[in-house]
Ligand binder design. Structure first.
Ligand code: CA
Length: 228
């Protein structure tokens, strides 16, 4: 899953990020409410972990803003407060669940699993020719052979497949897979496209990932079906 963590305490944020990445999730961190709002608006996350006490915009307001904007990504609120009143406030702001600090990572994972089960609409696997990915189990296969991808490779492939047959610019890919504030001169997109080609195309005669000159990349089955 793609998960956004909005948390200003660096050690807590990196504790969560490390743990979730070990579980094969792709994690972005925002260190204040404003950045959290921008990221959550720009990118399609499966879940948001949101601290309540945040600089710029606090977690309760941020959650309200997201809901007002029509963003219904499940939100798990994190906070040091544990009074009933604070929990009610969190849930009233549109959060789906509430976890009090300090918490164990096991509990965080269990809550996330429950949230994604509860809120996930049935998700169809994404396909291109004989390549198939399951966004929930994150299983990737080509010709029924299982392929192991790292979290960013998975996020990149998922984004390409959601936009199958559509030429995507490097900037679009960067913003959607890595987040809006990445250095636009980075070659991280090209590097990861090469990783993906190695894993999903190299051993097959039919190539799926194509370079679109002057634009960027596209995933497609045949040569006559590109929409710019
Ligand atoms: Ca905080």
């Amino acid at each position: 899953m793609n998960i956004l963590v909005v948390e200003d305490e660096e050690n807590v944020a990196s504790f969560i990020k490390t743990g979730l990445e070990e579980e094969s999730h792709s994690v972005d961190i925002a260190a204040n409410g404003k950045d959290g709002f921008l990221l959550a608006s720009a990118k399609d996350y499966n879940l948001i972990i949101l601290d309540v006490m945040l600089p710029e915009i606090d977690g309760l307001d941020l959650c309200r803003l997201l809901r007002m904007k029509g963003i219904h990504t499940p939100v798990l609120m994190l906070t040091a407060k544990d009074t009933v009143e604070d929990k009610v406030k969190g849930l009233d702001s549109g959060a789906d669940d509430y976890l009090t600090k300090p918490f164990s990572f096991e509990e965080l994972l269990a809550r996330l699993r429950a949230l994604s089960r509860r809120r996930q609409f049935p998700v169809e696997p994404l396909r291109c020719a004989d390549l198939k990915i399951d966004p929930i189990t994150r299983k990737v296969t080509r010709s029924d052979r299982e392929i192991y991808l790292r979290p960013k490779e998975f996020a990149l492939l998922e984004y390409l497949l959601k936009n199958k047959n559509k030429a995507l610019t490097r900037t679009q890919i960067l913003q959607n897979v890595w987040g809006y504030n990445f250095d636009p001169n980075t070659n991280v997109v090209d590097v990861h496209i090469n990783f993906l080609r190695d894993k999903i195309d190299r051993d097959f005669s039919k190539k799926l990932i194509h370079t679109v000159r002057g634009i960027g990349y596209v995933i497609r089955e045949d040569d006559n079906n590109i929409q710019a």
